[in-house]
Design a protein around this ligand. Structure first.
Ligand SMILES: Cc1ncc(COP(=O)(O)O)c(C=O)c1O
Length: 458
């Protein structure tokens, strides 16, 4: 609405879900039972759940209606063709292969193109993506521009891939070892930061010079396109849908989690142009996900995604979405809380290393901070730091590039008063930050330890 300060939620609420208000003593008991790992909490014991924006959004009335349209035929369902058309409307790749979520697309893709000796360069590989690359014996390389690793430095496109570093990698390893370059839009692990069109074009040009395919991890493509429209010179007049199509035209394929900018609660896909790779991927899909016209999803899920893709590129939605994340970031900045700047699309990232300088990285300041937020007000967040990335493939441990705590905002789920409450909780923790202590891990699995490790307080 022009002329108004408040950017209101562009929807009203039709169905409500009660939240459970807990006491400090209850939260203490739950924390201890969970081994201080917030993934191990029951969600009923969480008041405001900012663990992830993945699959946690609210569907629209049209999406619920689309569920009814879902056709559950095993093969050739009309739901698949509506899904395929909706994907191709934005990303016109030849082959569209549905999967039950993003990591299934990654698993299939890297099983085909990865393997020992292979190298997959990226701006930053998300944790499941890295795990799927490394699971095949390949190496994943994060080639973010250095500014992307400096939480307090504001830059409009901190997700950009370092093109000079990529050229060096392509020369050093040789193109036979690099099956593809993967650009993550927006860069979740680096603070939800966008990648510019100019950067994507430069990466494309380099990939063309070396004859290497370029893929997108496009989970938050619409938020990325909105930032391009807002921040990149010469883009402010363009409809987001046009920017998305241009991003797609620069790539040879994509992996996608529909749980983010698909506005769905489950789903994903792998899309690509290469016929031979697509045939191999479909064979694996049948082995692990299902027939190529449903890929591990119900027909109704495919319809919900198809509808979601038409809603996620609407400007009213994106304006509200990005503004509501920024609202939280602005308030925390006013309190003096160190956060990753500028605020990303789907989350505000607290800089736990700067906030708790008394806690060294190998005592997990991010984990200590996220535990404190739950303890204080029942807010669940997610450590993105040394717990998530510190364990190395050779078994050693080293500090991650940053120790962040992510407050991810589910799409269309919480109102401004919920966010005001979160601001108060962070403020209370900020005021007692000097008293927070580090943590140690008492039990951890071999891979993706952040999901199930157990901790003790030091
Ligand atoms: C950038 C990025 N890539 C891949 C994934 C994996 O998607 P999924 O959770 O659907 O498996 C995520 C999920 O959070 C992500 O943020």
């Amino acid at each position: 609405m022009d002329g108004f300060r408040t950017i209101i939620e562009p929807f009203r609420i039709k169905s409500v879900e009660p939240l459970h208000l807990s006491t400090p003593a209850e939260r203490e008991t739950k924390l201890r039972a969970a081994g201080f790992n917030l993934f191990a909490l029951k969600s009923d014991d969480v008041l405001i759940d900012l663990l992830t924006d993945s699959g946690t959004g609210a569907m629209s009335a049209e999406q619920w209606a689309a569920l009814q349209r879902g056709d559950e035929s095993y093969a050739g369902s009309p739901s698949y063709f509506r899904f395929e058309a909706a994907v191709k409307n934005l990303f016109d790749f030849k082959h569209v292969i549905p999967t039950h979520q993003g990591r299934a697309a990654e698993k299939i893709l890297f099983s085909v193109v990865g393997g020992p000796g292979k190298v997959v360069p990226s701006n930053t590989l998300f944790d499941t993506t890295r795990a799927n690359v490394e699971h095949t014996g390949a190496i994943g390389l994060d080639l973010l521009y250095p500014v992307g690793r400096q939480p307090s430095v504001a830059h409009p496109f901190k997700g950009n891939l370092d093109v000079g570093a990529l050229e060096q990698v392509l020369r050093e390893y040789g193109v036979d070892r690099v099956p593809l370059v993967l650009v993550t839009v927006t860069n979740n692990s680096g603070g939800g930061q966008p990648v510019s069109l100019a950067n994507l074009k430069a990466v494309r040009a380099l990939c063309d010079r070396f004859g290497v395919p370029l893929f997108l991890d496009a989970c938050r493509f619409a938020e990325n396109a909105w930032f391009i429209r807002e921040r990149e010179e010469g883009q402010s007049h363009r409809p987001v849908i046009e920017i998305v199509r241009e991003m797609a035209s620069l790539a040879d394929g994509m992996t996608m989690s529909a749980k983010k900018d698909g506005l769905a609660n489950i789903g994903g896909w792998l899309a690509l142009d290469d016929d031979a790779w697509a045939a191999q991927c479909r064979n694996l899909l049948i082995l692990t996900e299902g027939f190529p016209t449903y890929g591990g999803l119900a027909g109704r899920d495919l319809d919900a995604i198809a509808q979601g893709l038409s809603e996620v590129v609407q400007h009213d939605y994106l304006r509200y979405r990005v503004r509501s994340t920024e609202y939280l970031g602005d308030a925390l900045q006013k309190l003096g809380v160190p956060i990753v700047l500028p605020v990303g699309g789907h989350a505000v990232y607290l800089d736990a290393r700067a906030m708790l300088p008394q806690v060294p990285p190998l005592q997990y300041p991010g984990q200590a901070l996220s535990v404190a937020l739950y303890r204080e007000g029942g807010v669940r967040s997610c450590e993105i730091g040394t717990v998530m990335f510190g364990r190395q493939p050779d078994g050693s441990e080293k500090p991650a590039a940053m120790d962040l705590v992510r407050l991810a905002i589910p799409r269309r789920s919480y109102t401004q008063s919920h966010i005001d409450f979160v601001i108060e909780v962070v403020e209370k923790v900020w005021n007692k930050r000097e008293r927070l202590r580090g943590m140690k891990i008492v039990d951890e699995p071999k891979a993706l330890r952040h999901f199930s490790a157990r901790f003790a307080e030091l």
